[in-house]
Write a protein that binds this ligand. Structure first.
Ligand SMILES: NC(=O)c1ccc[n+]([C@@H]2O[C@H](COP(=O)([O-])OP(=O)(O)OC[C@H]3O[C@@H](n4cnc5c(N)ncnc54)[C@H](OP(=O)(O)O)[C@@H]3O)[C@@H](O)[C@H]2O)c1
Length: 357
């Protein structure tokens, strides 16, 4: 691993030379089971000056997400695998520090898929200019107002067809997606919101600050028993972030015509052999249940209604947002490894630079 390189200030302009040194994380090896720091390598590189139509972006904050574990694997997951030796990618918000594109001017705040590095030279067509609002921190575009927020929105309202009065159970409830699912359900009139998470502190946070009606630590016993105690009359909607034992327990708790949005199965992401599936699938017939998997990318048409409602809840103070923030590009791998072990409450992020704007 290399140390921090020199950081000459970047300068912009059509005809000025721009020196673009970057540091980037590459995939060094494919993990077997839980990833380790040895599976990653931090390298220094020098990029060519931006060509016509390109911009130089200094990243302010990057996201680490569970789907990245899938990208470390050669086989099929819901995102394409990274090659060994390839610079990894992910959501990041940055400032344009030099531009050769009139559409994306110097100083613009942009969303990119060029995380895992501090500076990137990008095709301007591949970045999205973000509204630069004083009351919306840039990091929100990676969480509550970004991909995880839309995932919660699409999964709850479209995929699980939530209706006011439904009783909702969400696993991974203290994470980026789960903490929003529970709050969206509460704000839209759920009769009961139940969550599961991995520590007593997280359980307390769900109940005392997010307004969940009940929550449990899944380490405290069989999930089916804990769920039965938390939702004695059963549930109408299950939002599955975890899979495995949680999914089986939820199938057992779903009432007639219950629906599950199958969003992820993080309990199996480090598994070396596939874990057994739920043993109670006959309940799908008896209770006319629907289990539906989904990918957020298929639901981008929901952006306008999602962004409008969530911005409103943020401004009215009805939505609680928490982020777990690590510092510096060196902190990206520990942040990612910690995310997979539950080290985050709310969205896990890595702060890369102060915002000059
Ligand atoms: N379908 C899609 O388009 C889509 C989009 C985004 C995310 N996702 C999925 O949504 C889920 C949540 O993602 P996120 O970004 O919000 O991550 P997150 O919940 O913020 O972070 C992951 C959490 O998973 C929990 N976890 C880890 N191992 C576990 C285990 N064995 N059993 C139960 N919980 C475990 C940890 O919390 P605890 O302390 O509670 O264990 C950890 O904090 C993931 O499955 C992800 O793959 C899907």
């Amino acid at each position: 691993m290399h140390g921090a390189g020199r950081r000459p200030p970047l300068t912009g302009g059509q005809d000025r030379c721009v020196s673009v040194p970057t540091r980037e994380w590459q995939l060094a090896a494919r993990p077997h089971g839980e990833p380790t720091p040895q599976d990653f390598r931090l390298v220094e590189r020098e990029h060519a000056d931006p060509a016509e139509g390109e911009v130089v972006v200094r990243m302010l904050v990057m996201s680490v997400d569970p789907y990245m574990r899938g990208r470390m694997r050669a086989g099929k997951s819901y995102a394409a695998p990274w090659g060994v030796g390839e610079t990894m990618k992910g959501g990041a918000v940055g400032r344009v520090v030099a531009s050769r594109s009139p559409e994306v001017p110097e100083g613009a705040l942009v969303l990119t898929d060029a995380g895992w590095r501090d500076v990137a030279v990008l095709d301007a067509a591949h970045v999205r200019v973000l509204p630069d609002l004083p009351d919306i921190p840039p990091s929100y575009h990676l969480g509550v107002l970004g991909m995880p927020g839309l995932t919660a929105w699409a999964g709850l309202f479209r995929v699980a067809a939530f209706q006011p009065g439904d009783a909702v159970f969400v696993s991974g409830a203290a994470g980026a997606v789960g903490s929003l699912v529970g709050q969206f359900a509460r704000l839209r009139g759920a009769s009961r919101v139940v969550g599961s998470a991995g520590s007593p502190e997280k359980v307390r946070w769900l109940i005392e600050e997010l307004g969940f009606d009940a929550a449990f630590d899944y380490h405290d016993g069989p999930v089916a028993d804990l769920l039965a105690a938390a939702a004695p009359e059963g549930i109408d909607v299950y939002f599955d972030n975890v899979g495995g034992e949680h999914l089986e327990a939820a199938i057992g708790a779903l009432r007639l015509h219950g629906r599950a949005a199958v969003c992820g199965s993080i309990s199996a992401y480090n598994a070396v052999t596939p874990p057994p599936g739920p043993r109670n699938l006959s309940l799908l017939v008896a209770n006319r249940l629907t289990l539906r998997g989904f990918l957020v990318g298929d639901h981008t048409d929901l952006w306008p209604e999602f962004a409008e409602a969530v911005t409103g809840w943020l401004r009215s103070g009805e939505l609680v947002v928490r982020e777990t923030v690590r510092d510096g590009l060196e902190g990206a791998v520990p942040a990612f490894l910690d995310l997979l072990r539950g080290g985050n409450t709310g969205k896990m992020l890595v702060r890369l630079a102060g915002d000059p704007a």
